[in-house]
Write a protein that binds this ligand. Structure first.
Ligand SMILES: Cc1cc2nc3c(=O)[nH]c(=O)nc-3n(C[C@H](O)[C@H](O)[C@H](O)COP(=O)(O)OP(=O)(O)OC[C@H]3O[C@@H](n4cnc5c(N)ncnc54)[C@H](O)[C@@H]3O)c2cc1C
Length: 414
């Protein structure tokens, strides 16, 4: 490969956003990606005509940087309803944003999952996280999410029945030890925008980004085995001497490339997909397990949000997320999931066809307090070496995209 001004290692969202920013600034760069497609952790498979995201994920439309980088119109986004159905004490309760979904205001008020005081506190929480500028919210003293929720006065029942399954589905950990800063950021995003899916699956997001790059900039199946200063050693082929290098891989891999033998603690998740002749859920709701028992944390029917996720003959696609590490390791996991689903939806579940199970070991970094003080980690490691990725900010689609921009700006002296 001829000498290249900038080499970016990894074409996940962070590497792609870095490359796009450099392209805007007319700085030559090349992206080396180990796998067969861009996107990193945001990939979608087409299985038997169903569209399966590799782990249930959503785009939060209010993400401040993302909405400027991604053309939402081309993605043809469709939304989940602003709220959730909560399995609690043997039946489903509706808990929705009464302002954006007035039809659910009364059921929300009556839902046994929390007291009237809890529901009033949610409205206050909304004001607390949406009122001030984002920077001010992110600079508040940091503690764990659980401690913060208790400080705000939420009842134990409401924390266990609503906040735990809701936030665990985002943090991918069930004890809510994740930083209160991530909690407040995420709650703000859910309150100001919508949780949405692109028409052709989550992978449409990185694909859109990759399509805007010049075709020769992205090199797939190009694993890098080592970085030494600004010299990059691909697994196959000659070393590349670059003027500057950006490491945009997962954190543990970044540390390995830098010659440090350390593991960044991360969360794992298992996502199981089923096909059914009819949807068990009436509408594009997220379903949360508020009962603190069984393998399921949350469930949804992506085909209720986007038709293109549905299989042939309009079959429904059901996505089930499992977080409890003990359940994730069980060899009879599918049986345990089906048994809980049958309690919820009856014998029809016996006819659901298992499509695929994704076990994702290092899904996102665990970001416990005080790891988000400061929220943004430095992206400049040396005169010629830069780093980006979700681990340098609040781990999310937004965190990854924003970090790529920060690295490109640091590199180009902006
Ligand atoms: C199951 C799941 C659900 C999630 N849900 C949400 C959600 O709902 N909303 C949200 O905002 N976020 C969600 N996230 C988080 C979000 O997807 C990630 O934070 C983000 O995609 C990380 O992007 P990244 O570019 O930092 O890293 P990655 O996507 O991991 O990209 C790193 C890239 O580097 C490549 N690479 C690694 N090593 C090498 C090497 N040696 N040489 C060359 N290339 C290499 C990898 O192949 C990969 O393509 C979820 C994540 C998972 C896994």
């Amino acid at each position: 490969m001829p000498p290249c001004p900038v080499v970016i290692i990894g074409a996940g969202l962070a590497g792609l956003s870095c490359a796009l920013r450099l392209q805007e600034r007319r700085i030559e760069c090349v992206l080396l990606e180990a796998s067969d497609a861009p996107g990193g952790r945001v990939r979608t498979d087409l299985i038997d005509g169903f569209r399966l995201d590799r782990g249930f994920q959503v785009l939060l439309t209010a993400y401040p940087r993302t909405q400027h980088v991604i053309d939402y119109g081309t993605l043809k986004l469709r939304r989940f309803l602003p709220g959730a159905l909560i399995r609690f004490r043997g039946r489903f309760h509706t808990l929705a944003d009464p302002i954006r979904h007035p039809a659910s205001a009364l059921p929300t008020l009556l839902a046994q999952v929390g007291t009237l005081g809890d529901k009033w506190r949610v409205l206050r929480l909304r004001d607390r996280v949406c009122g001030p500028p984002l920077q001010e919210v992110l600079e508040r003293p940091e503690t764990s999410t659980l401690v913060e929720l208790k400080k705000m006065g939420f009842s134990a029942r409401f924390i266990a029945g609503f906040f735990k399954p809701f936030l665990a589905g985002i943090f991918l950990e069930t004890q809510l030890t994740t930083s209160s800063r991530k909690f407040e950021f995420v709650f703000r995003m859910f309150s100001l925008g919508h949780a949405a899916l692109p028409e052709f699956g989550m992978q449409a997001i990185p694909e859109q980004m990759a399509l805007r790059l010049r075709p020769d900039m992205l090199r797939l199946n190009s694993r890098v085995k080592q970085v030494d200063g600004a010299t990059v050693y691909p697994a196959a082929g000659d070393p590349i001497t670059a003027q500057q290098v950006v490491i945009a891989t997962e954190h543990t891999e970044a540390l390995r490339l830098l010659g440090q033998n350390a593991n960044d603690p991360s969360a794992s998740v298992t996502c199981m997909y089923f096909a059914a002749s009819a949807s068990p859920v009436a509408g594009p709701w997220l379903v949360l397990n508020g009962e603190e028992s069984g393998p399921i944390n949350n469930l949804c029917v992506p085909s209720q949000v986007q038709n293109s996720y549905a299989g042939p003959e309009g079959n429904s696609l059901i996505s089930v997320t499992i977080l409890d590490p003990l359940y994730q390791e069980r060899p009879d996991l599918e049986e345990a999931v089906r048994s809980q689903l049958a309690e919820w939806y009856g014998d029809a579940v016996l006819n659901w066809r298992h499509l695929r199970t994704y076990r994702i070991p290092n899904a996102i970094p665990l970001q416990e307090a005080p790891l988000l003080t400061p929220v943004h980690k430095p992206v400049k490691l040396g005169e010629r070496l830069f780093i980006c990725g979700d681990h340098t900010g609040i781990a999310s689609i937004e965190g990854a995209i924003a970090s790529g921009i920060r690295a490109a700006d640091a590199l180009s002296g902006q």
